[in-house]
Unconditional design. Structure first.
Ligand SMILES: NC(=O)c1ccc[n+]([C@@H]2O[C@H](COP(=O)([O-])OP(=O)(O)OC[C@H]3O[C@@H](n4cnc5c(N)ncnc54)[C@H](O)[C@@H]3O)[C@@H](O)[C@H]2O)c1
Length: 253
């Protein structure tokens, strides 16, 4: 892909699953990557695996709900690799998701935590990445949304709201800073078979999702990584303010 080599990216929530695959793909394209994650140990391990293959990768512990921590993550990219060209904001609180029910019953602490990580944290990443992107003459923000942002589901209320909120955030950022070379987009994955999903989801539930998927298989982390890399690259330079569904056709809009 054009324009990824020697660029600098952060994957915020990049130690596992989709984020780790995105970090790997970006380094395969010749970029330097900072992997930020709540688990500093896992972030460092993920970066070390990439570095062992010759990539420029740094692992940093950070908490997306803590502003100073987000600020330090952005600063680490600038200090280590000399600037910032893009950020993939990917973190989500998967534990809260297990208790995320409906409007009548969802515990308010689950609702608040979900929005703090999945939406407010994305605002913090945006706010602190923007000055660095503008210093480079522009850059790309890619958020990980979900099909649940527009499907309407009887459960997972907070999750769906948090992901819908990202669409408002990215449209705002594209409108406010687009003329200055900033692009903001999201990928909306369908069911992606990360290690965690493989461990936790039973076969019947996977088969049900496959049933509504037009493609013959469920998603793999590399499918989402490829879409994020494209949106980060110069091949995606005229794509702004969009939500790209990467779900084997499970949703059609
Ligand atoms: N796997 C799927 O089927 C699927 C489908 C649709 C959307 N998504 C979205 O894709 C993204 C990645 O999901 P995944 O399936 O790879 O799960 P994952 O749990 O492997 O990845 C999420 C990462 O975010 C990190 N994280 C959580 N809270 C954090 C915090 N407070 N600060 C910093 N990092 C934090 C986790 O440690 C983890 O590494 C999420 O936004 C999720 O909502 C996943």
């Amino acid at each position: 892909m054009r324009g990824l080599k020697d660029r600098v990216f952060i994957v915020a929530g990049g130690a596992s699953g989709i984020g780790a695959a995105t970090a790997a793909r970006l380094t395969e394209e010749g970029a330097a990557v900072v992997i930020g994650d709540l688990s500093a140990e896992h972030a460092r391990q993920a970066a070390a695996r990439l570095a062992a293959g010759g990539a420029r990768a740094l692992g940093v512990g950070f908490d997306i709900v803590v502003e100073d921590s987000v600020r330090a993550l952005i600063a680490a990219a600038v200090e280590h690799f000399g600037g910032l060209d893009g950020i993939h904001v990917n973190a989500a609180d998967i534990d809260a998701l297990q208790h995320d029910t409906d409007a009548e019953t969802v515990p308010l602490e689950v609702f608040d935590r979900t929005l703090a990580v999945n939406l407010r944290g994305h605002l913090l990443c945006t706010r602190h990445a923007l000055p660095e992107l503008l210093r480079r003459g522009g850059g790309s923000l890619v958020y990980t949304s979900s099909g649940s942002a527009f499907m309407g589901e009887p459960q997972r209320l907070a999750y769906g709201i948090s992901k819908s909120g990202l669409h408002g955030l990215l449209r705002h950022v594209a409108s406010r800073w687009g003329k200055q070379g900033v692009r903001a987009n999201a990928v909306a994955p369908g069911l992606v078979m990360t290690d965690a999903v493989r461990r936790s989801m039973d076969g019947d539930a996977c088969a049900a999702v496959l049933g509504i998927t037009r493609s013959p298989r469920l998603g793999e982390p590399r499918d989402i990584a490829a879409a994020v890399a494209f949106l980060m690259s110069d091949d995606g330079e005229w794509i702004n303010g969009q939500v790209l569904s990467v779900d084997g056709g499970a949703t059609m809009r």
